[in-house]
Design a protein around this ligand. Structure first.
Ligand SMILES: [Zn+2]
Length: 243
């Protein structure tokens, strides 16, 4: 049986957990990257996301399924206050994260076309794990430089990276570009929910969300490498269910 929790050695833990400043009581804890069963590689149902977020103290969650807002719409109907309708969109280069979508953006568009469609509906745009070269679709440095002026933020911490190097590179690149950071677990299984989240001032629409990101305090730790097995397992289950 797989372990349900994972303890990091103390030294490593200290190295990857950012020193936390005092967080005002009225700030929110927000998780900005999470997959439900509307993604082919997750088995989490929207209601389970909401239940689990409540258990672990997540106040707002952006559901960012692969090229779909179906799971986010279902969750939004169940918990309108908590859920932000998001999407992780595969472009002809890397992946984008959109928040506050009203309609889905299809996979396979050039990045600037996807950005245009997100802008047209007033979405907030971030870039998924920009320096993680272990992922399928991956951004090059030149591509990132080209899109940076057209996005609102960059994902500066993704808990599914195998090491902190790509997260550090993303944070440094965001700083150079003058962009705020988003952070999320990229959860495809329960145990991962909330492993990376942001403490932010209260917000309730795209503009105040973007303003909140400017003041965000990350609360982050990497997930153990075996969580990637959960995505493979989900794909197998889904393939079996289709038969
Ligand atoms: Zn993802």
């Amino acid at each position: 049986m797989l372990p349900t929790s994972f303890a990091l050695p103390q030294g490593l833990k200290a190295a990857i957990l950012q020193p936390m400043k005092t967080i005002p009581n009225n700030w929110l804890l927000v998780e900005l990257h999470l997959h439900t069963n509307a993604s082919g590689d997750s088995l989490i149902e929207p209601q389970q996301v909401i239940d689990h977020c409540r258990q672990v103290g997540i106040d707002r969650v952006a559901i960012t399924d692969h090229n779909s807002i179906a799971g986010a719409l279902t969750a939004k109907a169940l918990a309108p206050e908590m859920v932000i309708i998001g999407e992780e969109i595969e472009t002809t280069q890397g992946e984008l994260l959109g928040y506050y979508l009203r309609e889905g953006v299809p996979a396979g568009l050039a990045p600037m076309e996807a950005i245009k469609r997100l802008r047209a509906q007033g979405a907030v745009i971030s870039v998924s794990h920009p320096f993680d070269h272990t992922r399928g679709p991956r951004w090059t440095y030149d591509q990132l430089t080209a899109i940076a002026p057209h996005v609102d933020a960059l994902e500066i911490f993704n808990a599914r990276c195998f090491s902190n190097k790509p997260n550090r590179q993303a944070a440094e690149f965001a700083r150079q570009q003058g962009l705020p950071g988003t952070a999320g677990s990229d959860a495809h299984s329960f145990n991962e929910i909330g492993r990376a989240a942001l403490h932010v001032p209260s917000f309730n629409h795209p503009e105040s969300f973007l303003a909140a990101l400017q003041q965000a305090q990350p609360q982050t730790r990497l997930s153990p490498a075996w969580v990637h097995l959960s995505s493979q397992w989900a794909k197998l289950v889904r393939a079996f269910q289709k038969k």
